[in-house]
Design a protein around this ligand. Structure first.
Ligand SMILES: *[C@@H]1O[C@H](CO)[C@@H](O)[C@H](O)[C@H]1NC(C)=O
Length: 211
């Protein structure tokens, strides 16, 4: 398939603007995120949900996502699309910041990390506060989680997880390739250890065509 390899090569050089999807980026736009997650395009969309205090519109999400892209150096398009898709699924399109079903203590952020990872994340970001808050009670676990529920940290947890807990999927030529749904499924199932379902694929398709 000589023709295909020539096309792939020119795509990776990013030289043929408009002919192919860019393979890497350092920021997404609000317009792109509004196409990816249309239900949060309006700033008032959060007032009609059951958890308005936990909900964030895209205008807030885009700032925090771009901060995480820069902080963790995640610039491969396939990785960014995957993390936005994962967060949209886990948080109900930014409606939830903590686990509600069934309401596990300490579980949260937009990636809905389990408490063991929340504790590691909080320790990494705020070592002294986290060490002070840690405990086995529901209240203690929720206090640890509270340290990382602000927008930057909450939208950043998926990026932290990829880079620190699933590094075999970060900046690899054969993982989370741009536009590759099978790579996304591989990450969800084997990198995150979560279940796969059709909704995840549908969300990914929308995000993939928007970003
Ligand atoms: C979030 O991150 C951005 C970019 O680093 C920064 O400008 C902003 O102040 C942060 N917001 C908060 C509340 O820390």
């Amino acid at each position: 398939m000589r023709l295909l390899s020539v096309f792939t090569l020119s795509c990776s050089l990013v030289a043929v603007a408009g002919l192919c999807i860019r393979d890497s980026t350092t920021a997404i736009t609000l317009d792109q995120l509004n196409k990816a997650i249309p239900v949060r395009a309006s700033d008032s969309s959060c007032s009609s949900v059951s958890t308005p205090d936990e909900c964030a519109p895209n205008s807030r999400a885009v700032v925090a996502i771009n901060a995480a892209i820069a902080k963790y150096g995640v610039t491969q398009r396939g990785e960014i699309v995957a993390l936005i898709s994962l967060m949209a699924y886990e948080s109900g399109n930014w409606q939830y910041n903590t686990n509600h079903f069934p309401g596990r203590p300490g579980q949260g952020t937009r990636a809905m990390l389990m408490y063991n990872f929340i504790e590691q994340y909080a320790q990494a970001l705020y070592p002294s506060e986290a060490t002070q808050a840690v405990g086995s009670s529901t209240e203690a676990q929720n206090n640890v989680r509270a340290l990382v529920l602000n927008d930057n940290d909450s939208f950043g947890s998926a990026f932290w997880y990829l880079v620190n807990k699933a590094s075999g999927y970060h900046a690899k030529a054969d993982k989370l390739r741009s536009g590759n749904a099978d790579d996304f499924k591989d990450y969800i199932v084997n990198g995150v250890g979560a279940g796969w379902d059709d909704t995840r694929h549908t969300i990914w398709q929308t995000v993939n065509s928007a970003i």
